[in-house]
Design a protein around this ligand. Structure first.
Ligand code: SF4
Length: 517
């Protein structure tokens, strides 16, 4: 096979930025899969240039001008950045391929802009792309393995791509690792609910942890597992066999049901510094939070007690909620979240507006069939800048009033102060403060207020939200242009629009994607 010049771009930022928070955190948000692709491409004998795009790089300078093949990975909010980059590299003669969550959620759309769109990608799928490496236009070729790869390159193998990325991080340097893929729970809105749970080989994890001890005085590892600790004892045994207690700091997303007090004690002993449990709703998903049939205020009390217990062992807790679920109605869900904040003031609240990401979950078919999905450009599908599902039990104005009220309450000076007092440690306190005064707290509040004002005053807003027209309000168009910076010029014609019902349409017509393997 001809030796290829391959560029690999992991998009963390949607465009150029100078924000302090982005400078500190973006290099720590790199994904594992683009690094794995880079390892495999090199192992196949090709020249690889890897860039994690954090918003501070000049991609045109960093990537080879004459790349034969460019892989781009990213979440849906980065889709337009990815489409613009693909267009740019194609204009220079490169073949382009897209992978990652957007490629899995919206393959039909991505096929319009890439030669290859990749679903689950294992080494064999990659080999097929490398062997074929040819133009597929105007519609690309969809390729996918039947399931997640059985094995992925570990930290030692990925180090040539991890190290330059972390060099961009001024303070915290967080290494991404995986202890498992998929999840045994079945939360109807989650992309991982349909991926069978599969633990990663423990020996490899141990080797990686020991390797990191040779690279940092005190390494910090973020477990990218959708739900860390499903096989809790196995995970802890693996860590304990590899490193002396507390020598590595760990962060993980884990469901409350896994966080009993004995488990928390063990997590603490092993250096866990931050946990991100998903609470999601006061009226649904009780199996996830170990609250069973409990609902409403009873669930609030139990969950708050549980979160306070976690905070006695672990310095940083982010509690995640989804706003606008179909089970929610009236002011009560929002008021209950406020009571939760009163009862567990140390938890940082992470709010997501209900979003249907294309093919991510079967539930999205219901939303699409009910014509409840709005065609908001991908750029805004980051769980907060737009909610693309029309709420079942709220008017848009009423919904945003509640969201503004809750966000204002969560980031009021009183709440920020109580959070500060209820949290231990400089890093946790500092992190909560920065998040409150930056885009997540104050920034989001200002944005929601702007959207709410425009629902009254901007003539383009209400008809778009009410699905009376698909004409995108100028406000959103301007925002994409501003965020993409120079890449806006490369955004292909029509790329701001997509078919919000593509999944349901494909299911109806029985039309399969062009899967090669
Ligand atoms: S527990 Fe978390 S990772 Fe698992 S299906 Fe539910 S939301 Fe997804």
């Amino acid at each position: 096979m001809k030796k290829l010049r391959i560029g690999i771009i992991d998009i963390v930022s949607r465009g150029p930025t100078r924000a302090l928070y982005a400078r500190v955190m973006n290099p720590n948000l790199a994904s594992i899969m683009p690094q794995a692709i880079a390892v495999w491409c090199r192992a196949e004998g090709h020249d690889v240039t890897f860039v994690c795009y954090t918003g501070f790089e000049d991609l045109l300078k960093e990537l080879p001008a004459e790349a034969d093949l460019v892989f781009i990975g990213g979440f849906t909010e980065a889709a337009h950045t990815a489409y613009a980059l693909s267009n740019l590299f194609r204009s220079r003669g490169a073949i382009t391929a897209m992978g990652g969550p957007h490629a899995r959620c919206y393959p039909d759309d991505a096929l319009r802009y890439f030669d290859y769109v990749l679903g689950f990608t294992d080494r064999e799928t990659l080999r097929d792309v490398l062997r074929d490496c040819s133009r597929h236009r105007p519609v690309g070729m969809h390729m996918a393995a039947g399931q997640q790869p059985k094995t992925l390159p570990g930290v030692r193998e990925r180090w040539p791509f991890i190290e330059p990325t972390l060099r961009k991080a001024p303070f915290l340097k967080i290494v991404p690792m995986l202890g498992s893929l998929g999840c045994p729970y079945t939360c109807s809105f989650c992309i991982d609910a349909v991926v069978p749970y599969q633990p990663v080989d423990g020996d490899g994890i141990q080797e990686d942890l020991r390797f990191l001890l040779t690279k940092f005085r005190r390494p910090m590892v973020a477990w990218h597992d959708p739900n860390f600790g499903v096989r809790f004892n196995d995970s802890m045994d693996t860590i304990e066999r590899a490193v002396p207690a507390g020598r590595i700091d760990f962060l993980a997303e884990s469901s409350l049901s896994l966080l009993s007090e004995p488990h928390l004690q063990r997590l603490k002993r092993n250096g866990f510094q931050a946990l991100l449990p998903g609470i999601e709703s006061w009226f649904d998903l009780g199996n996830k939070s170990k609250t069973g049939a409990l609902q409403g205020m009873d669930k609030v009390r139990q969950v708050a007690e549980h979160v306070n217990l976690i905070l006695r062992h672990i310095p940083y807790v982010q509690a995640n909620f989804v706003l606008g679920l179909d089970t929610d109605e009236g002011a009560e869900p929002f008021e209950l979240t406020k009571r939760f904040l009163d009862l567990a003031p140390g938890a940082f609240p992470g709010y997501s507006l209900l979003t249907a990401f294309g093919r991510a979950a079967a539930l999205n078919l219901d939303y699409q069939r009910a014509h409840r999905v709005l065609p908001f450009p991908f750029h805004f599908l980051n769980n907060n800048q737009a909610m693309n599902v029309r709420p079942r039990n709220y008017s848009w104005r009423g919904f945003y009033d509640h969201v503004i009220d809750l966000t204002g309450y969560s980031f009021s000076s009183k709440a920020v102060f109580r959070r500060f007092r209820a949290t231990r440690g400089l890093t946790s306190r500092g992190m909560n403060l920065v998040r409150a005064v930056s885009t997540e707290g104050f920034g989001r509040l200002a944005y929601y207020r702007d959207v709410r004002r425009r629902l009254d005053n901007d003539r383009q807003f209400a008809p778009y939200f009410e699905q009376e027209t698909t004409e995108l309000p100028q406000f959103y168009r301007d925002l994409v242009r501003k965020d993409l910076g120079p890449l806006w010029e490369w955004l292909p014609e029509g790329a701001l629009e997509h078919d919000p019902n593509a999944y349901a349409r494909a299911e109806r017509s029985g039309q399969a994607l062009g899967v090669l393997r």
